[in-house]
Structure formats: structure tokens, C-alpha cells
Design a protein around this ligand. Structure first.
Ligand code: MTE
Ligand code: MO
Length: 520
């Protein structure tokens, strides 16, 4: 031992639990400050959401596909909770590394701030002003950490009882102050961003009545009583898939759609422009490319809007144009084949309503695209604000860049809804029911097979149009025991579903859906 070491007092160390709390509370303060500042700019500038959105954009396609398939609509909740857990643990660790000096903690918190800044900077829908949010997080996070670190009780204090007590008190007070302050900042931020909420704007639109209504859905279009879904999907049950962590809030008065690029004359439409046109209504079944065999990313609605081909005709698409590069208000993009958009027989729409209501916010309010027969990622941009008419080479859309296909016609598929997997049913006559779809081509025939028996035709529901699903049902005699039933559809081009299993990447799953049940 050298003389100098002996003469220096032992360094005062924070107790590990207090050190951890310094980190966690500083994180809380940082997130709240960022949220408040973001509320003035765009809620997506909130560093927490920006990092989450960045994570979504960077996630490898197979992992993302897995998340969508496994967690469904909860994928975002899972991501946000996971991020919160990782951040809490990391900030507690940052605190604990700073038992002696605040420097490691300050460095780690500053690093968090920088990551938040990069995430905000990378968002296509945010301007440079948005960087103020992560900056506020960084400054407030570091300040809170340094303050708490100074207030935290030291280990050596334990011998001097009186000062230990007062130090613990001021730490508790400081910590409580930060919790209350963070709650207030975050709450005010939430209130401010709430004023930009689009709910009131949607309510003000009221009921939408088409000038040209879709033909009424016949009673025998579904076999809901026998175990199929209802023909039209109620809006709250319509499947939802998108990359938006917070649902974009766009008021009708703030919305416009610009059509430009390879056109004769650039056009911009306001909401009133669209709303005041004669509206058409079409019954369309949408499907997501991430739908696994047997999955439920398939729903049907009466969409109300205008013909996309009309808008494109007004702009005048120039020869050589190949894709509509469509951008949503939050920067997501899709590439729709021009040929499909211009094909009047297909009936692509700029939709503003579903089932006579304005689009629900999560389905693209005020306006979205719907292109019958193509998977949603190439054809159904929600919160659409920009359509650039261009070539495939000039622009690459969000999912195309991430390994999904350029052309994405919906594959002919079928599903068994009844009985449910591993259900026990009375032996004898067993009822089977489900759906089949082959949008744009139409369903010709559906067959079922029990175990290794022969394929048997089933009863099909009334055909509503070629762009919608069809329901089916049948009854089969089975002996007691465990059975596996398969389904396959044939579309009107004569194509029968292959039994070859393919995954969802890059352009949609294939294979026969089957269900195992017990007859007793
Ligand atoms: N802005 C935006 N639009 C989007 C998406 C998205 O992530 N962002 N996802 C697309 C995908 S993959 C599908 S399948 C459909 C789903 O539409 P829905 O959520 O209304 O069912 O929206 C499409 N439009
Ligand atoms: Mo999708």
C-alpha cells in the first residue's frame, strides 16, 4: 500500500439499488420530456416511438413476418413492451455502473439520446425540427441523472447516521419529484397531441352514402349459422396490418392527395374534392401476403370512394409508366402496377369509407387505396397522400426493398373454420364449413377430403362478385376416432390449389389447409 492511497479517503460509492434507480428515473424523465416536445411536432418524433418505428423498419423480413403471424395485431404492443423492458434494464445497469462516478451513466444516457436522434432523423415523415424531441430527452435525461446521483445516499454515509438520513430523504424527494414531473410532462404531451386527434374530424364526416351502391348482399352469401364468418366483416373485426406504431392522425382539412410524375398534368385533390364526387361502392375481399395457410388476414367490406382510374385519367398517365409509387402520411410506400390501377374491370379505388362509415382511423382515415386481387402491401396504401406515376426501376417501395415480390396477385386459397382444430364432435354426420378466395378470378369449386379418402365437392354460397370470398359447407359421415380434413379450391381459370407448402415470403403462402378433429 502506498502512502497516497492511504491518505485519500475511500471513494464514496452509491448503494447499488439507489444507483439503479438513478438510471431508471432519469430514463423516465428523458422519455417524458421527449414526448412533450414531440407533441408539438409529430408524435412520431417521440424518441420511444421513433426507436420502435426504426426497429420495425430494420427488423429482418422473416422475423417481422413471424411477429405479425405470432402476435397478430398485438405485435406492436409486444414490441413496445419489449423495448420498455430492455430500456429499463439497460438504464438500471447504467446507474449501477455509476456507483462511483456519474460519468458512465451520463455516457450511456447520452448514447440513448443519440440513438433516439438517429431514429427520428431516419423517419421519412419528420423534418429537422423533430430532432428537438430527442435533444430534449438527452438534456433532461442527463440532468436528471446527475441530480439524482448527487442526492443519492452514499455507502460511507451509513456510519454517520444523521447525514445518511437526510441524504436518503432528499434522494427520495428528488426521485418523487422526477416521477411527478415526468408524469406531468408526459401527460401534457399526450393532451397536446390529443388535440390533433382525428377522431372528431372522422365523426364530422358522418354517414357516407354512395351514388352507385354495391348490389345488396344476398342472404345465402354466407353460412354464418353453419360456422363460416359473416359475409361482410364488421369494421372493428377487419384485419389490420401496418408498420405504424401510433395510428396516423390526419384530419380531413389537413389531407390532400397529389398525383404527379409521368402524367400530363399534375393534380391535387382535397378531401372535399373527393367527398363531393359521385361515390361508388364495391364489395371487396382484402388479403395480406403475410396470411399463413389457415390464417385470418382476410376480410371483406363494402368500400366507398372514387375510381382510381378516373383520377389517373384526369392527370393523364403517360406511356411507359409502370407503377404508382404511393406514399402514406407516415412515409410508408407501396408500388401498384399501373396496368392493374387503370383496368376498369378490376375497379381499384381511392376509398374514404367502409360499410357506409368513414374509414376507421386504423384503416387509413381519411383516404386509402384498395386494389381488388392484389395483396395489400402493393395495392392498399392507407393514409395515402402522394401517388407518383413512375417506373419499377426509378422507385422501390417499402416491402420490395425488404425482399417481397414486385407483382403480388392474391393466390387462390381456402380455409376450414368449422370444426376448430382438435374439437370433439359427435361421430356420424360431421358439419364442415369455411371460406375460399381467388379475388379477380373467382372461385369455381371447393372440395374436402377426410384422411386419405377421395375429394368431395361442397356446397358454395351465392357468388357476390369475383373480387370477394365465397363461403362453403358440407356434411360428411365419419367413424369415431381422430380425423384430419383437408380443403382445396379451384378458381375460374381452372387452377386448383397446390398441396406444395410455400411460406409467405416473398409473394404469399400456398398449401392445403387442414384441421384435425375427434369424432366421439
Ligand atoms: N400506410 C400504410 N398502408 C398500408 C400498410 C402499411 O404498413 N402502412 N400495410 C399494407 C398491408 S401489408 C396490408 S395487407 C393492408 C392492410 O389493410 P388493413 O389494415 O386495413 O386491413 O394495408 C396496406 N397499407
Ligand atoms: Mo399485408
Amino acid at each position: 500500500m502506498t502512502a497516497t492511497e492511504v491518505s485519500r479517503p475511500a471513494p464514496s460509492r452509491l448503494r447499488l439499488p439507489s444507483a439503479a434507480w438513478c438510471g431508471v428515473l432519469a430514463l423516465l424523465a428523458a422519455l417524458a420530456a421527449g414526448h412533450l416536445v414531440a407533441s408539438f411536432v409529430s408524435i412520431n418524433a417521440s424518441p420511444y416511438l421513433a426507436v420502435g418505428n426504426g426497429a420495425i423498419d430494420l427488423t429482418p423480413v422473416r422475423l417481422k413476418d413471424f411477429a405479425v403471424r405470432t402476435f397478430g395485431t398485438y405485435d406492436k404492443l409486444v414490441l413496445l413492451s419489449g423495448m420498455a423492458a430492455v430500456m429499463a434494464v439497460a438504464s438500471a445497469a447504467a446507474g449501477m455502473l455509476s456507483a462511483r462516478s456519474p460519468r458512465p451513466g451520463v455516457a450511456i444516457i447520452a448514447l440513448f439520446g443519440v440513438v433516439g436522434g438517429i431514429a427520428v432523423y431516419a423517419r421519412p415523415d419528420l423534418s429537422a425540427v423533430a430532432l428537438l424531441a430527442p435533444l430534449a430527452s438527452l438534456v433532461v435525461g442527463v440532468a436528471a441523472f446527475v441530480l439524482l446521483h448527487r442526492l443519492a445516499p452514499r455507502k460511507q454515509d451509513a456510519s454517520k447516521h444523521a447525514s445518511a438520513g437526510s441524504s436518503r430523504r432528499s434522494f427520495l424527494l428528488g426521485g418523487a419529484g422526477i416521477v411527478v414531473g415526468a408524469g406531468a410532462l408526459g401527460g401534457v404531451g399526450q393532451l397536446i397531441s390529443g388535440t390533433r386527434d382525428a377522431t372528431a374530424s372522422r365523426a364530422a364526416v358522418g354517414k357516407l352514402m354512395p351514388a352507385t351502391a354495391a348490389p345488396a348482399i344476398p342472404a345465402d352469401a354466407d353460412f354464418a349459422k353453419l360456422g363460416t364468418p359473416s359475409f361482410l366483416t364488421p369494421n372493428p373485426n377487419f384485419y389490420r396490418v401496418d408498420t405504424a406504431l401510433s395510428v396516423p392522425q390526419v384530419r380531413t382539412e389537413d389531407w390532400s392527395l397529389r398525383i404527379h410524375g409521368m402524367v400530363g398534368k399534375e393534380r391535387t385533390y382535397t378531401y372535399a374534392d373527393i367527398r363531393n364526387r359521385p361515390l361508388v361502392e364495391r364489395t371487396i375481399t382484402m388479403t395480406c401476403v403475410s396470411n399463413e395457410v389457415g390464417g385470418d388476414y382476410v376480410s371483406t367490406s363494402d368500400f366507398i370512394g372514387v375510381d382510381l382510374a378516373d383520377l389517373l385519367a384526369e392527370a393523364g398517365v403517360r406511356p411507359g409508366a409502370q407503377q404508382l409509387f404511393c406514399t402514406s402520411v407516415d412515409g410508408w410506400t407501396s408500388g401498384t402496377p399501373v396496368a392493374a390501377a387503370l383496368d376498369r374491370g378490376r375497379g381499384a379505388m381511392l376509398a374514404i369509407g367502409m360499410n357506409r362509415e368513414p374509414l376507421p382511423l386504423e384503416h387509413g382515415f381519411p383516404a386509402r387505396l384498395v386494389t381488388p386481387g392484389l395483396y395489400g402491401y402493393v395495392s392498399a396504401t392507407k393514409w395515402v397522400v402522394d401517388i407518383e406515376v413512375t417506373t419499377w426501376k426509378a422507385r422501390q417501395a417499402y416491402w420490395l426493398k425488404r425482399g417481397w415480390g414486385e407483382q403480388a396477385p392474391i393466390k387462390t386459397e381456402s380455409r376450414i373454420d368449422t370444426p376448430k382444430g382438435f374439437a370433439t364432435v359427435p361421430a356420424g354426420a360431421v358439419r364442415l364449413a369455411g371460406i375460399a378466395w381467388a379475388q379477380h378470378n373467382g372461385i369455381e369449386k371447393v372440395e374436402v377430403r377426410v384422411d386419405s379418402g377421395a375429394w368431395q365437392p361442397v356446397t358454395l354460397s351465392a357468388e357476390v362478385n369475383l373480387n370477394t370470398w365465397r363461403m362453403w359447407w358440407t356434411q360428411i359421415a365419419v367413424k369415431p376416432g381422430t380425423h384430419q380434413v383437408f380443403v382445396r379450391a379451384t378458381d375460374k381459370t381452372g387452377y386448383t390449389q397446390t398441396d406444395q407448402r410455400a411460406g409467405t415470403v416473398p409473394d404469399g403462402a400456398t398449401g392445403w389447409h387442414s384441421t384435425t378433429f375427434i369424432a366421439a
